[in-house]
Design a protein around this ligand. Structure first.
Ligand code: NAG
Ligand code: NAG
Ligand code: NAG
Ligand code: NAG
Length: 273
């Protein structure tokens, strides 16, 4: 009896493992990209009670951007086998330019949660052409086994960057070089004068900001983390504690941040700034 119970537990454990292998998550991401390209949600394996949200608001998936055919110029994904979840960044420059960040959580090989930060014209520093140009030049390579940071270290690097907005003296593990792509604006462009080239250093905000609602996807093999979060203060048409939908995507190596991509949705053009 005991013996057969542990056998079935083992069987369960290996099923759960199979469902969350990197291979499964990669195939599922290919399906997501196909669905988004065709605007066909029928391509997705959705749980019957799937939750779908855009810019922190639950909406009908049939009315979501996922139901719109989009020509994708570039995409980058990371795979979180611990949470059985993925994160994808899409850049699209054709008729309706977009930069979209999407996190997808799976259970029993079906999508149970899909949420996106969807940016387009008028959003913070939005420029899909610029985003495409710079992201294509970056290398987010696989880190060899033995040289990988732990989930904790990767997450701590991303958290430190956001925490520093609330406490300017907090240290942030920024690598040298480090490049930040905000919308379509790049800090490492050759002609960058106001921002020092090849550093992700931020100036202080006029007031300390508490960045809340953090939701993580972490990939140890790529040394990457994405953090969906609420960016306060930025949106001038809202109270200072309003949580502007935002996503920060980090590439980390040897515990140091190498790249940061931020997209942030404005309620009014350029958040009223
Ligand atoms: C969806 O259904 C699954 C399986 O029936 C359940 O475990 C999960 O809690 C449900 N999720 C929501 C958001 O209701
Ligand atoms: C996503 O990017 C990969 C390369 O990383 C490429 O092979 C694939 O075709 C892209 N998918 C779409 C739908 O553009
Ligand atoms: C967007 O970025 C491209 C490429 O860097 C640049 O040529 C273009 O002027 C930018 N557009 C705007 C409106 O800033
Ligand atoms: C935001 O601040 C306003 C007052 O400025 C307050 O009434 C409201 O409860 C606050 N909201 C949150 C979510 O803290």
């Amino acid at each position: 009896m005991l013996y057969s119970t542990s056998l079935s537990l083992l069987a369960l454990a290996s099923t759960a493992h199979a469902a969350c292998s990197r291979g499964f998550l990669q195939e599922a991401t290919t399906a997501y990209l196909q669905a988004q390209s065709a605007g066909k949600i029928s391509i997705l394996s959705l749980a019957s009670n799937v939750s779908y949200a855009e810019n922190n608001t639950p909406i009908d998936i049939q009315k979501g951007v996922i139901s719109e055919a989009i020509t994708i110029d570039f995409n980058r994904s990371i795979y979180d086998t611990v949470q059985c979840a993925t994160f994808t960044e899409l850049t699209a420059t054709s008729s309706h330019p977009y930069v979209i960040h999407t996190r997808i959580l799976y259970a029993e090989e079906k999508i149970r949660t899909i949420e996106s930060v969807v940016t387009d014209t008028g959003d913070w520093a939005f420029n899909a052409t610029g985003h495409l140009y710079w992201t294509k030049q970056e290398t987010w390579d696989q880190i060899p086994e033995g040289k990988r940071d732990s989930r904790t270290v990767i997450q701590a690097a991303g958290d430190a960057y956001l925490d520093q907005w609330g406490a300017p003296s907090l240290p942030v593990p920024l690598g040298t070089p480090c490049a930040r792509l905000e919308g379509g604006f790049y800090t490492a462009r050759e002609d960058s004068i106001s921002l020092q080239a090849n550093t992700c250093k931020m100036g202080a905000f006029p007031q300390p900001l508490k960045v809340g609602d953090r939701r993580y996807i972490i990939d140890e093999e790529l040394g990457a983390v994405d953090i969906f979060n609420g960016f306060p203060w930025l949106e001038q048409s809202k109270p200072a504690n309003y949580s502007t939908p935002s996503s920060n995507f980090f590439k980390v190596g040897d515990g140091l941040i190498r790249y940061i991509h931020e997209i942030t949705v404005c309620a009014t053009p350029r958040c009223g700034l």
